[in-house]
Design a protein around this ligand. Structure first.
Ligand SMILES: [Zn+2]
Ligand SMILES: [Zn+2]
Length: 121
C-alpha cells in the first residue's frame, strides 16, 4: 500500500511538471509529501514507471537522466552545452508502418547547441 503511494506520487510529480526533472529534483519534490522517502526508493520507482511505459526517460549528454510524461508525445531538442531540453512539436503524421515493420511508438531527440548558447559563442 505504501509502495503504491510512493509510485503514485512520483507519477503525479512528473505528470504535473514541464521541466523534465532529474531524479534528484523528483526526490526533493517527494520529500515535501513523504518526508522519509529515500533516494533509492525514488530511483526504483522511476525504473518501474519507465518499464511500465508510464513515463519516459531522456538520456542526456551529461549522463544525468531526465524524466518526462507520456502524454502529449513530442520531439526534444537537447543542448549539449547547457543540457537544456526544449520541447518541439510532434511530427504532423505518425508513421504506423516502416519498411513493413509495425510502429507503435517512437522517440526523437535532436542534439545540438541551443539558441542561447549559440549567442554566447
Ligand atoms: Zn544551451
Ligand atoms: Zn518533453
Amino acid at each position: 500500500m505504501r509502495n503504491t503511494k510512493q509510485k503514485e506520487l512520483i507519477l503525479t510529480i512528473i505528470n504535473q511538471s514541464y521541466s523534465h526533472p532529474t531524479a534528484i529534483e523528483i526526490y526533493k519534490e517527494c520529500r515535501k509529501e513523504i518526508s522519509n522517502i529515500s533516494l533509492g526508493t525514488v530511483y526504483r520507482n522511476l525504473n518501474l514507471l519507465v518499464d511500465q511505459l508510464q513515463i519516459k526517460r531522456i538520456k542526456m549528454p551529461n549522463n544525468v537522466d531526465r524524466y518526462d510524461k507520456m502524454e502529449n508525445r513530442h520531439i526534444h531538442f537537447i543542448c549539449t552545452v547547457c543540457n537544456k531540453i526544449i520541447d518541439l512539436e510532434d511530427l504532423k503524421e505518425h508513421p504506423t508502418m516502416i519498411n513493413e515493420n509495425k510502429v507503435f511508438d517512437y522517440e526523437m531527440n535532436f542534439k545540438g547547441i541551443c539558441k542561447n548558447c549559440l549567442e554566447k559563442e
